[in-house]
Design a protein around this ligand. Structure first.
Ligand code: MN
Length: 292
């Protein structure tokens, strides 16, 4: 898709406040991939419908080379956004895709997927994000779904202020994103602001929303957000959106969605509503039924 200008401007009269800044936790996952878990389990209720956000970024092959060998998922969706690097995905539903520089992979695990995510590079930078989006209880056992978007296929626009926006999900400034979801109405934007520029995005007050700044520095109202921090945006009833001001050249993710307000039962890669459903997922996995 070719780059376009914004189709309309977003009106924001009462920007949201920053409720909290979060640094994330250094950890490792898969076969030893080093990453920062930005959205951790204790924040799942607060940021419902989002369950996890991992940021990975390293130029040391030891930090990523082992990748994520075969592992299962059930009950939610994973959205992987690769800023730099190459990763090969293969899954039990027969999907295969190479995810690289600026591409997005959207996978709905539904009733069950077993997949691997393996780096296709032995040196250089690997950088990106994986977001977990919950499914409503009625959809948790749906058929798996998968789609790759190369960077060139993702909808993009530039504002009059020179802000470049990639619309991974939802809609911004009249530009529809690559994916829409009815139940949770996720908005997922990658926003690049030149120093001194400003970007406004309308958001429904009840939707949970956060910013993750991965380059530069910015301000949300009077609050400075340092690099590699998540800013959780308050859900004040009268607030109608977010206004971001870049104090340096800045790159960030803006993520928002309608909460499901359902019980969350998680055991590792399975996210269901009840413990009983988790036991079922475990026994289905052990007995080879999860992705059958
Ligand atoms: Mn996975």
């Amino acid at each position: 898709m070719t780059k376009q200008t914004a189709l309309r401007t977003e009106q924001v009269e009462q920007p949201r406040r920053v409720e909290r800044l979060v640094a994330g936790k250094p950890t490792s996952d898969g076969a030893g991939v080093k990453l920062t878990r930005v959205l951790t389990q204790p924040l799942q209720r607060r940021l419902d419908p989002f369950l996890m956000l991992d940021a990975f970024g390293s130029d040391r092959p030891d930090d990523y080379i082992a990748g994520f060998p075969d592992h299962p998922h059930r009950g939610f969706e994973t959205i992987t956004y690769m800023i730099a690097g190459r990763m090969l995905h293969r899954d039990s539903a027969g999907h295969e895709g190479l995810l690289e520089n600026g591409g997005v992979q959207w996978m709905t695990a539904g009733r069950g997927v077993i997949h691997s995510e393996i780096p296709q590079q032995e040196e250089g930078v690997m950088e990106g994000f994986q977001l977990w989006l919950n499914l409503p209880g009625r959809d948790k056992m749906c058929a798996p779904w998968y789609r790759d978007f190369a960077s060139a296929e993702l909808p993009r626009f530039t504002t009059a202020a020179g802000v470049d926006v990639t619309v991974i999900a939802g809609e911004s400034h009249g530009v529809a994103g690559a994916v829409t979801r009815e139940a949770t109405a996720p908005l997922y934007l990658d926003i690049h602001l030149p120093a001194g520029s400003r970007f406004a995005q309308a958001l429904p007050a009840a939707h949970n929303a956060f910013v993750y700044l991965y380059r530069g520095a910015l301000k949300l109202g009077d609050d400075a957000v340092p690099v590699q921090r998540m800013a959780i945006l308050a859900n004040d009833a009268q607030a109608d959106g977010v206004v971001i001001e870049a104090t340096e050249d800045a790159k960030l993710l803006l993520i928002a969605g309608r909460p499901l307000n359902e019980p969350i039962a998680q055991y590792g890669p399975f996210v269901m509503n009840t413990e009983q459903e988790i036991y079922q997922a475990l026994s289905d996995f052990r007995e080879g039924r999860l992705a059958a």
